[in-house]
Ligand binder design. Structure first.
Ligand code: SF4
Ligand code: SF4
Length: 293
């Protein structure tokens, strides 16, 4: 099977995004992030993506439902019920071809020190966003979201390591963040801070207590600090809806934007006020995207 046939099979199983990061893209990574630490014979890392329904964000956007909509269909059921069937079934196909396949969720808990037998450091943890970039699926945006040309920030990711040699992709650098600071302007808690090189750091302590649609996340998730439906993430959805491949008949944002401060007090910002703030904000200047830390 070649890479093209593999992608066809993955898409037939329900994958929306499929890319291959070949060995030369990651073999020099530090041991604690290296696929070879988990599978010494690994030749290819297959990165799979499934889009998150735009409708899964609706209840949070309206401020009326957080768990039945995004919490289940955008996050937990999506990533831990629907998606693993795809990864598992594709891994079965690879093994039927005579190649070992190691399916992995998008994140890995750190594990207890000493739990890792080989390095006594706990679990080896792969950087799924690095591997997704290496597999040509998209790139990290200024606001710390992995962005794809098809869905913007709306996807979940998982991995399969295999000893099947497959042709890898070229990394894809998107320019979605040129002239955009929508995620940064949308954060009611001021969690982003600008670095001297123009990239942004994120105070994840603030995100952990944010009441603007962020989810607790899971260390097994590709989004362990799940901000996709928070004010920052939904601002990115709105900013990219005319730029990404998947188009809708109607705009996502239909009414004033709700937000809560650090104490949970709610207020509402009209779309006109929001647009004026974004237009007058400094920094819509085309800086290169930087990854949040
Ligand atoms: S999750 Fe909340 S605090 Fe963190 S960047 Fe997004 S809106 Fe700001
Ligand atoms: S909102 Fe704009 S600046 Fe922020 S990640 Fe999305 S595209 Fe980039």
């Amino acid at each position: 099977m070649n890479a093209s046939e593999l992608k066809s099979k993955a898409k037939a199983l329900g994958a929306d995004l499929v890319g291959v990061a070949s060995r030369q893209a990651w073999e020099q990574l530090p041991r604690e992030q290296n696929p070879l630490s988990i599978m010494p014979s690994c030749q290819s890392v297959i990165v799979l993506g499934r889009k998150i329904l735009r409708g899964a964000f609706r209840g949070v956007e309206e401020g009326t439902n957080f768990s039945s909509t995004y919490g289940h269909y955008g996050a937990n059921w999506h990533e831990f019920t629907f998606f693993p069937r795809l990864s598992f079934n594709l891994a079965l196909i690879l093994e039927e071809e005579g190649y070992e396949a190691v399916p992995m969720s998008g994140g890995t808990p750190a594990g207890e020190p000493g739990q890792g037998v080989a390095d006594k450091q706990g679990n080896v943890r792969l950087d799924i966003h690095f591997l997704a970039e290496a597999a040509g699926l998209g790139s990290m945006g200024k606001g710390g979201f992995f962005l794809s040309p098809e869905y913007g920030h709306r996807q979940r990711l998982a991995l399969i390591l295999t000893d099947m040699p497959l042709q890898g992709e070229q990394p894809l650098k998107l320019d979605f963040c040129q002239d955009c600071r929508a995620c940064i302007e949308a954060c009611p808690l001021g969690a982003y801070s600008e670095n001297p090189d123009g990239s942004y750091s994120l105070d994840q302590g603030l995100c952990a207590v944010c009441k603007n649609g962020s989810q607790p996340g899971s260390p097994l998730s590709c989004e362990p600090c799940d901000r996709l439906a928070a004010s920052c993430g939904r601002a990115c959805l709105v900013a990219l809806e005319d730029k990404i491949g998947e188009k809708f008949q109607h705009a996502f944002r239909k009414r004033a934007v709700w937000q809560r401060d650090i104490d949970g007090r709610a207020s509402v910002v009209t779309l006109q006020q929001k647009a004026a703030r974004v237009a007058s904000a400094p920094g819509a200047d085309g800086r290169q995207p930087g990854c949040c830390s």
